[in-house]
Design a protein. Structure first.
Length: 326
């Protein structure tokens, strides 16, 4: 089987609940944690809504690619429990191939409990569980070598070995949205992989953390680090063809070494849930480049799909077939 794209990373069950009782605290003095969500200590918090959904970077992006007509497979691990079967059934329902999904016996599947505020912001409490056991075999690598694209989401467990295996594969282009365990390794540690990366996607906080890992920039001012147009060339210098930095409600930026691009946030119909917005935006950008080969149009498609997703609960609901917008 030859796939347009293979999405690699986490798959989860998401238990999402909503409350209006959280208080958003301005914490801009800490550049890496500029907003905090607080609750009264010892209080019993009333839950207004409860949803049993699905998530995980590999699953979210695979569903998005499939929605826009791509022949897509998901490479991830689930446990041999009911949640694992539910995760697989959900992917199949969205026309995602599960032939590369690995079932780990006597392991629990990944689970996230997601608190959503009245403004759609969320805090995610997550157990990666079986996701930490992802390992590639020779058959996986053979199938991956014949794909057009690999989309690499957050990895758990021995992610360095997994990264080495993935980036050693010749042939497919690679889009990469690293998880905490990857970007906290620092820019120097990632540079070998970034030279093989076609599209590198991070949010602003992650970009700042990567830049600060380089000794040349540790003494830079808050004002310098807060400017995304300063961050983009530093990340581009590390090797990727295109760098994308998302910045929440302030939009998204891209840089290809020649031109800076910016896309503002598009007004959503109803701001319900921000869960999965990064996955929706970044994978939509990759879809856009495949369909148009135009960075500006691809940023717009990312913003359009994100605005649609935000109006629905869950990371995989509300996604658009982007072919209809071109």
């Amino acid at each position: 089987m030859k796939y347009n794209i293979i999405c690699i990373g986490g798959v989860m069950r998401d238990i999402t609940f909503k409350t209006e009782e959280g208080i958003l605290i301005d914490n801009r003095s800490d550049i890496l944690r500029q907003e905090l969500l607080a609750f009264e200590n010892g209080a019993k918090i009333v839950v207004d809504e409860f949803h049993n959904l699905f998530g995980g970077g590999a699953a979210n992006t695979a569903v998005n690619f499939a929605t826009s007509g791509f022949n897509v497979a998901c490479l991830a691990c689930v446990g041999s429990d009911l949640s694992g079967q539910m995760i697989i059934n959900n992917l199949k329902k969205h026309r995602v191939s599960c032939k590369m999904i690995k079932v780990k016996h006597k392991e629990a599947s990944g689970l996230s409990c997601i608190l959503v505020t009245d403004h759609g912001e969320r805090i995610v409490f997550t157990s990666r569980a079986a996701n930490a056991n992802l390992k590639l075999n020779l058959e996986d690598k053979d199938i991956m070598s014949r794909a057009k694209w690999l989309y690499l989401a957050s990895l758990s467990g021995d992610s360095l070995t997994t990264l080495k295996n993935i980036f050693s594969i010749k042939g497919p282009k690679i889009a990469w949205n690293p998880g905490v365990g990857q970007y906290q390794a620092g820019l120097k540690a990632l540079s070998l992989f970034l030279k093989r990366t076609s599209i590198f996607c991070v949010n602003k906080d992650e970009a700042i953390e990567l830049v600060l890992s380089d000794p040349r920039y540790r003494n830079k001012s808050h004002k310098f680090l807060d400017n995304i147009n300063n961050l983009l060339p530093i990340l581009k210098e590390a090797g990727p063809e295109i760098v994308v930095i998302t910045n929440g409600a302030l939009g998204a930026h891209a840089y290809d070494g020649h031109e800076f691009y910016y896309q503002k946030v598009l007004q959503e119909k109803n701001r319900l849930d921000m869960t999965g917005v990064g996955d929706a935006f970044n994978s939509s950008f990759v879809i856009g480049l495949n369909l148009t080969n135009d960075i500006k149009k691809s940023l717009y498609l990312g913003a359009k799909n994100t605005a649609s997703k935000i109006a629905h609960f869950g990371a995989q609901n509300g996604l658009i077939d982007l072919r209809k917008l071109i």
